[in-house]
Design a protein around this ligand. Structure first.
Ligand SMILES: O=C(O)c1cccc(C(=O)CC[C@H]2O[C@@H](n3cnc4c(=O)[nH]cnc43)[C@H](O)[C@@H]2O)c1
Length: 227
């Protein structure tokens, strides 16, 4: 389904994720960068790449935040699974109050989430077999059961957490470029157990997801209904 766009930017955090995406893609119009870990690095790298594309007179038409992530097992996202965001949510952008967490939206300072076009999410989920739901962007990886329970309590539809999606979406929103987020699950969200992260399996799943997203379905950019 990515073949429906003339030029696509995929933003990963680290080189291992970028290489896994590159191994999967079969189309020349999809470019992949590793912008660094966390929402600030992701936003800066995305903004720079989008500006470069526009300056070249070949603007990107779609941005995809991609990489490994933690899965909310209670919501069906197990290790090795692929998830696709129907909402990209900044889960720790706000304030703690005596009544609990208040997001920037509730505080009246902009937005704490971006919603990708529903038809794109459906098409990407159809191509990959991904589970869809909210993907949370956090600046601190969840490492306790209490924090995991707080997040699932606050975001009942959350399937995964990672550290970049919202930053990528913030940058893409400035020129109005649509965004997707694809994550493959390397670990469950919960008590910290770094030794249990299944990074090679998640990276292999990431390659598979991008092979499916860039497979030739006969729907080229000319016949796109999204562009
Ligand atoms: O050590 C390696 O070989 C390696 C290869 C690829 C990626 C990594 C990372 O550590 C990337 C950090 C990246 O992972 C995302 N992530 C993964 N699990 C979680 C999680 O449970 N909570 C939040 N973020 C997670 C995150 O987006 C980081 O950018 C290492």
């Amino acid at each position: 389904m990515l073949n429906a766009f003339q030029r696509v930017l995929v933003v990963c955090a680290v080189g291992a994720e970028r290489d896994a995406v590159v191994r999967g893609i079969t189309a020349g119009h999809v470019e992949v960068i590793a912008a660094g870990v966390g929402p600030a690095a992701a936003a800066a790298g995305t903004a720079f790449a989008l500006a470069e594309g526009a300056a070249q007179g070949r603007p990107y038409e779609l941005v995809v935040s991609a990489g490994i992530g933690g899965g909310f097992a209670a919501h069906g996202a197990g290790v090795g699974d692929t998830v696709l965001a129907d909402r990209l949510v900044a889960a720790d952008l706000g304030a703690t109050t005596p009544d609990g967490f208040a997001s920037v939206t509730e505080l009246g300072f902009g937005t704490a989430e971006h919603v990708p076009p529903a038809d794109l999410v459906r098409a990407a989920a159809g191509a990959t077999g991904a589970l869809t739901g909210a993907v949370l962007t956090v600046s601190t990886v969840t490492g306790t059961q209490e924090r995991a329970a707080e997040l699932t309590g606050r975001y009942p539809g959350a399937v995964a957490e990672a550290m970049e999606g919202f930053g990528v979406a913030e940058a893409a929103a400035v020129p109005g470029v649509p965004v997707l987020e694809v994550r493959t699950v390397s670990n469950p969200v919960g008590p910290r157990d770094r030794a249990a992260w299944r990074i090679p399996a998640a990276l292999a799943a990431l390659s598979t997801a991008f092979a499916r997203l860039t497979a030739d379905t006969g729907q080229g950019a000319e016949s796109s209904s999204w562009t």
